[in-house]
Ligand binder design. Structure first.
Ligand SMILES: C[S@@+](CC[C@H](N)C(=O)[O-])C[C@H]1O[C@@H](n2cnc3c(N)ncnc32)[C@H](O)[C@@H]1O
Length: 251
């Protein structure tokens, strides 16, 4: 059997939102690396009491990958846990490249991202016909910076559903920019540690986003979903419309 290191998305925090595949990997791992600043211990506690659990928040890329390689070469089953889905702000590519240079096989197992759970809690559909059919997942610049062609101003012009990750510290400038394009009453779902035991979500209006964020003292693990689709009277879809025939309903 081909041995591999698995990069696993564990969702936003609630262990019940793990995929079955992720759970099986966690239960059978010898060594788990986990982003301890973003993953609750509840998830790590699903692993064997004999497994080695390595927190990554205080380690460098070089340190993490060198321990991974060492443990893997000793014959252990090694997994790397990321919050949400690994493809979003997960810094996985740099790890995978180093491991591949050592001829170590990799697999990535997807997870549920924070925006999906926040939307679900509010029973929100973020793609409503003729209002918006697009979801933008982005972040405010911060220390990482944004490519010039993806400034919030350019993205906000579309007035689509827009999810802001990693942006609570930059809420003042974000709100100002968004208000140039979206009406002040546009609904915003704010989620803090969504699906953690102490997590919550709230539905507010765009004009109050900065004030609310400051009042709640939010600066970490917060998602904002700004969307003209939330609380809209729904334009019905073609999919279930009796006058619209398609492959699975042609009568
Ligand atoms: C480094 S990024 C990783 C995103 C992750 N890969 C995902 O798909 O959700 C961390 C950011 O994701 C968002 N986030 C992750 N988990 C969250 C949660 N449970 N509640 C609210 N926001 C969350 C926050 O914006 C946080 O600052």
């Amino acid at each position: 059997m081909d041995r591999k290191i698995s990069f696993i998305g564990v969702g936003p925090g609630d262990p019940d939102l793990l995929t079955i595949k992720a759970l099986k990997k966690i239960e059978s791992a010898d060594v788990l690396f986990w982003a301890d600043s973003l993953i609750p211990e509840k998830i790590i506690n699903l692993s064997s009491k004999f497994s080695e659990k390595i927190k990554t928040s205080g380690l460098t890329l070089e340190k993490i990958t060198s321990i991974m390689i060492e443990r893997f070469n000793e014959g252990n089953t090694v997994i790397r846990l990321h919050d949400g889905d690994p493809c979003l702000y997960g810094a996985v590519k740099e790890q995978i490249e180093i491991l591949k240079q050592k001829n170590i096989g990799i697999e990535v197992i997807p997870g549920i991202s924070a925006f999906q759970v926040a939307a679900a809690y509010h029973q929100a559909e973020l793609t409503i016909p003729e209002i918006t059919q697009t979801i933008i997942l982005t972040r405010a610049g911060g220390r990482t910076g944004m490519p010039e062609k993806e400034s919030l101003k350019d993205l906000a012009r579309h007035k689509s559903s827009l999810c802001l990750y990693l942006s609570a510290r930059h809420i003042k400038s974000s709100q100002k920019t968004l208000l140039e394009f979206y009406p002040p009453e546009t609904k915003v779902i704010v989620g803090y540690r969504v699906s953690w035991d102490d997590g919550w979500t709230s539905l507010i209006e765009l004009k109050d986003m900065e004030k609310f964020t400051i009042k709640k003292g939010l600066f970490r693990t917060t998602i904002f979903i700004v969307s003209p689709a939330i609380n809209e009277v729904t334009n019905r879809s073609n999919l279930y419309n009796p006058s619209y025939k398609h492959l699975f309903r042609n009568k």
